[in-house]
Design a protein around this ligand. Structure first.
Ligand SMILES: Cc1cc2nc3c(=O)[nH]c(=O)nc-3n(C[C@H](O)[C@H](O)[C@H](O)COP(=O)(O)O)c2cc1C
Length: 186
């Protein structure tokens, strides 16, 4: 299995990092792209350096390298996750403005009819953000905003992160040990 993972400059870099950690545990091939502001939030919000996060992936690509393998539809992937997804990258994907490797790889994922999952984070959401999400959702893109659940009774921030990540990875058929569903609680 091969997945593209992108980390952009919305708050919540730890979600992208946790996704990489879980995929590494499962020996799934990952192609990581970190935007300039994704790199900033990684270092500002978490204890990780960008270089450490890049080492968690099987392959790491420069966000400006439009000649990278994942810029082409000819390399087969099982899909792409953008976590967290900024409103700027979301807008770029929604209009097909593929000027960096993240928006290009997402564009490829859509055109090749592969699974694309975005984890947007912003509050409050403007009509522009909502329209972009609606447009993408209608194309089959999975819009999974970073919204915690409390019915799982999280005790730590890590519990919240793991629950969200396990739900996201389930869309790709990847089960994590953290998956807790409503029925598991009774
Ligand atoms: C500390 C910090 C937090 C940010 N949080 C958000 C956010 O939660 N959502 C968002 O859409 N943009 C957020 N931004 C703004 C984006 O980083 C900015 O729009 C940037 O151009 C996104 O570029 P990228 O999508 O290429 O990473 C934040 C910026 C900074 C510096």
């Amino acid at each position: 299995m091969r997945l593209v993972v992108a980390i952009t400059g919305a708050s919540g870099a730890i979600f992208g990092i946790r996704i990489l950690e879980e995929l590494k545990k499962k020996d799934i091939e990952t192609h990581l792209i970190v935007s300039k502001w994704g790199g900033f939030t990684i270092e500002q919000e978490t204890g990780f350096k960008v270089a450490e996060v890049e080492k968690m992936a099987s392959f790491s690509h420069d966000v400006n390298d439009l000649s990278a393998v994942i810029a082409s539809g000819s390399i087969k992937t099982d899909g792409m996750i953008v976590a967290p997804c900024s409103m700027k990258t979301l807008a770029g994907i929604a209009i097909g403005f593929a000027d960096d490797l993240i928006t290009r790889a997402a564009d490829v994922t859509i055109k090749e009819k592969r699974r694309l999952l975005l984890m947007p984070r912003e509050t409050p959401l403007s009509p522009i953000h909502l329209e972009n999400m609606l447009k993408l959702s209608r194309l089959g893109v999975i819009i999974m905003p970073l919204m915690p659940t409390f019915y799982t009774r999280p005790e730590t921030v890590d519990d919240i992160i793991n629950q969200t990540v396990s739900r996201a990875l389930a869309y790709f058929g990847v089960e994590t040990e953290h998956a807790r569903r409503w029925k598991d609680l009774f």
